[in-house]
Unconditional design. Sequence first.
Length: 108
Amino acid sequence: MAAKFLLLALARSTPPLLAHAAEGRSPLERATMVTTGVPCLLTAGTTWRTSKPFERLAAAKRDALAFIGSDGDIRSAQFELAVRTDHASYPAPHMNDMQLAQAIAVTY
């Protein structure tokens, strides 16, 4: 949540800073500032956005261990969310639930 707030604050504060920094500059200098500033913001936003699914899988580790320990009898909410995220994110063929639980337990 803190990273989201920081990214939002950075995104909202950057355009006025770029506008203020561009005062009295030549068009070439202003274009250079924009072409370096915008990709930095896009990269930061993309990095934050793509790391979210992995945080969900890390949160499901305890539930995956319970699933493995109960031989598939215990299916809790975080693990179920991880299964649905996996099936929605990756094309078929999918791992079965036990393989996914083992992968989560080993990886995270």
